[in-house]
Write a protein that binds this ligand. Sequence first.
Ligand SMILES: Cc1cc2nc3c(=O)[nH]c(=O)nc-3n(C[C@H](O)[C@H](O)[C@H](O)COP(=O)(O)OP(=O)(O)OC[C@H]3O[C@@H](n4cnc5c(N)ncnc54)[C@H](O)[C@@H]3O)c2cc1C
Length: 460
Amino acid sequence: MAAESDCMRLCPEKQKLWQDRICASKVPAKWVLAAISSFAPPSFAANERKYSFLGDASNYTITSEYDYIVVGGGTAGCPLAATLSQKFRVLLLERGGLPYGNENITRLERFLINLNDTSGPYRPAEKFVSEDGVVNARARVLGGGSCLNAGFYTRASPKYVGSAGWDGKLVNQSYQWVERAVAFAPELQKFQSAVRDGLLEVGVTPYNGQTYDHIPGTKIGGSIFDNNGNRHSAADLLEYSNPNTITVLLYATVQYVLLRSEGNRPRAYGVVYKDSQGVEHTATLKTVELGSEVILSAGALGTPQLLMLSGIGPAAHLKSLNIPVRLDLPGVGEGMSDNPMNYLLVPSPQPVETSHIKVVGITRFGSFVECGSAGSDGLLLQKVIGPLSNGNLLLRSRDPLALPIVRFNYFSVQADLDRCVQGMRTIEKVVLSRSFAAFRFDNQSSFGWQGYRRRPNRHM
Ligand SMILES: Cc1cc2nc3c(=O)[nH]c(=O)nc-3n(C[C@H](O)[C@H](O)[C@H](O)COP(=O)(O)OP(=O)(O)OC[C@H]3O[C@@H](n4cnc5c(N)ncnc54)[C@H](O)[C@@H]3O)c2cc1C
C-alpha cells in the first residue's frame, strides 16, 4: 500500500496544497473548527423538520404495526422504504441524523470538511482505517453515502443489471423516478472541457455527450450536485413516501435482529434498537407469515456486521465472541472490496474552476479516468472498475457501535494493478495532449509528475 511519504516525494508545496484539499486526514485545523462550530448537536429540533413522518427515536414507542422494517436509511434504504410505503406499512430506522440544515453535507465546497468532521458521536462521516492501513469513511446520516460522496451519478451498465438478475424494464422506470429528484446534468467549464477533449484525443472514444448511461468512451456524466453546488441526497427520495404508512426514526441504532426458529433456519420477526439516550426499544413485524420482512440496508459494512451480531455468520468467529450461533453462514463478511484510486496532480499555469467530477473516460481496459480542479491545480484520477481483489470483515466486539475489522486486500489480484497502470498511462497521455496544453507548464516533463500517489480510497 502506498504510504503518506509517496505522496510527499515530489512537488512538496503542491502536494501539500492538494493534501489539504483532498486528503481526508489532512484538512487544515481551521476548517475543522469551522465545521465543528457550524454543526448542530444531535437535537432534532435544531434541524429543519422536512417530513411529517420523521422523528427522533427517543420520542417514539414503536410496537408491532409494520409490514416491513428497513434498517439503514442510506442510499438504498431511503428509496426502498419510500417505494414499499406505497403499498405497505414501513418503519425505517437510521442511526444518524438529518442531512438538512447541515451545510457540510449540502454544499459542494464543504465536501472535504464533511468527510473530516469529528464533532461528536453523530457526525455524518464515520472514519475507519482498514487492516490494509487505508483511511476510509462510512456514512451515519439519513441519505447515507449520498450525503458524503463525490456525487457522481450514473446508471448501471445493462451487463451489470443482467448479472444482478434485475428486471431491465423496471430498472429503467426506477431511473426516471430517481433522476427526477436527484440527478443533474453538469455545466462544463474550461478545465473539465480540456480533459474531455484530451481523453478523446488519446483514444478514449467515442464521445457520448452528456448521458447518465454507462457506455465505453468519453462522456459528461450526471451529478447529485445541482449547478448551484447544492447536494441532493437519497434522503430527498423520501418525498415519494406515503406519509400515512411510513415512519422514519433517526438516531435509532439497531443492535441485532430478532430471530425465531423455523425448521432449520431462523426467521426475522423484528429488531432491537437503541436511541440517542441509550434506551433500548423493540420493533416487531405485524405478521411474519404473510411475507413481512426485516430488510437490512445498513451498507457494505453495517449489513454483515448486523447479521453477525444477530448470530448469522461464520460459526467459529461468532463463538469466539460468545454470540449464540443462529445460522452458520461462512459467506457473511466475505468478498469485501473497495475500488482503488490513483491520482495525478497537475499544477496549472492559469487558475482553474472549482469542479467536482463531471467528465469521465470509461476505458475498455477496466479503468475510469475522471478529474477535479481547484485554485491553480488540476487533479486527474483513475479508478478500477469492479476490483477483483477482495478481503473480509469480522466483528471487533459485540458492541454494535464498534467499527468492524475490514480488510480489502487491494491489488492482491494482478489484473487490478495492471488496470491501474494502464489508467495512469492514459492520464499521462491526456496531460501531454494538445487539448490539455493550456493547463500544464511547458517546461514540466511527465517525469515531474511521477509523484502521484497510489491511494486506494473513496474520497472522490
Ligand atoms: C467518500 C466517498 C465518495 C464516493 N463517491 C461516489 C460517487 O461519486 N458516486 C457514487 O455513485 N458512489 C460514490 N461513493 C459510494 C456510494 O456513496 C455508496 O456506494 C453508497 O452510498 C452505498 O449505499 P448503501 O445504501 O449500500 O449504504 P449507505 O448509503 O452507507 O447507507 C447505510 C446506512 O445504514 C445506516 N446504518 C448502518 N448501521 C446501522 C445500524 N446498526 N442501525 C441503523 N442504521 C444503520 C448508516 O448510518 C447509513 O445511513 C462514494 C463513497 C464515499 C465514502
